[in-house]
Design a protein around this ligand. Structure first.
Ligand code: C5P
Length: 225
């Protein structure tokens, strides 16, 4: 009996991270935030003055950083060349550059390999979240979920999240504008665009509480695992 893989995809602000982590905690599974890996790669590019809009330069450089992603459900850390970048990867510079970096095929093939490696060593199974978990990285996942929410709901949640962290209103407004731009870029790129897998269950979270979404996903896993 192969370990459980729960593949959760969706746009930013759909509640993916919170839901995925909570489902993993409840089921005693590992948790992998693949967006953090693309963010860590972007952080390294910025730190090393690689122009993130230059796809060729990014492709050449992307083999260099050593990215190690934790898979615990409580505050997993991610390191680049041994440096904990869990905080900096959430900042506006990385957020603005990440879609361009994530569109580069060489970046994706490198990180997909790391993602499959994380799943392979997760003894009890893993909940993995991103944009292409069900379509590309884990085509044989036990359960595939595509989380969506209306644009208004997503923008509102992201703003509340940032506000709770004490982020100022100007930055919140800038990040809201960035959210739409990033989703458009992620959905329209050539390699592994954000898309619902044919066999994924669509869950619209606009009108659901966090607990309801978690229960829905846990129930899907219980039915299939
Ligand atoms: O999920 P999060 O917003 O942290 O993801 C940051 C960015 O990483 C996304 O906007 C997308 O460009 C990229 N990403 C991706 N494939 C994934 C996860 C994230 O392209 N599986």
């Amino acid at each position: 009996h192969a370990p459980v893989v729960v593949a959760i995809d969706g746009p930013s602000g759909s509640g993916k991270s919170t839901v995925s982590r909570a489902v993993a905690a409840r089921l005693g599974l590992s948790f992998l935030d693949t967006g953090a890996m693309y963010r860590a790669m972007t952080w390294w590019m910025l730190a090393n003055e690689v122009d993130v809009t230059d796809a060729e330069a990014v492709a050449i450089a992307c083999g260099k950083p050593v990215i190690v992603s934790g898979t615990d459900t409580d505050g997993p850390t991610i390191t680049v060349d041994g440096v904990d970048v869990s905080g900096p990867i959430r900042g506006p510079e990385v957020t603005a550059g990440v879609s361009a970096v994530a569109a580069v095929p060489a970046v994706r093939s490198r990180l997909v390999e790391l993602q499959r490696g994380c799943a392979a060593v997760a003894e009890r199974g893993i909940v993995t979240e991103g944009r292409d978990m069900g379509t590309v990285v884990f085509p044989a996942a036990t359960v595939k979920v595509f989380l969506t929410a209306s644009e208004a709901a997503r923008a509102g949640r992201r703003a509340a999240e940032l506000r709770a962290k004490g982020v100022d209103e100007a930055t919140i407004a800038a990040m809201a504008a960035d959210l739409g731009r990033r989703d458009a870029a992620d959905s329209s790129r050539t390699t592994a665009p954000l898309a619902q897998a044919a066999d994924a269950v669509l869950v619209d979270t606009s009108e659901l509480t966090l607990e309801q979404v978690i229960d829905t996903v846990v129930e899907l896993v219980a039915q299939r695992a």
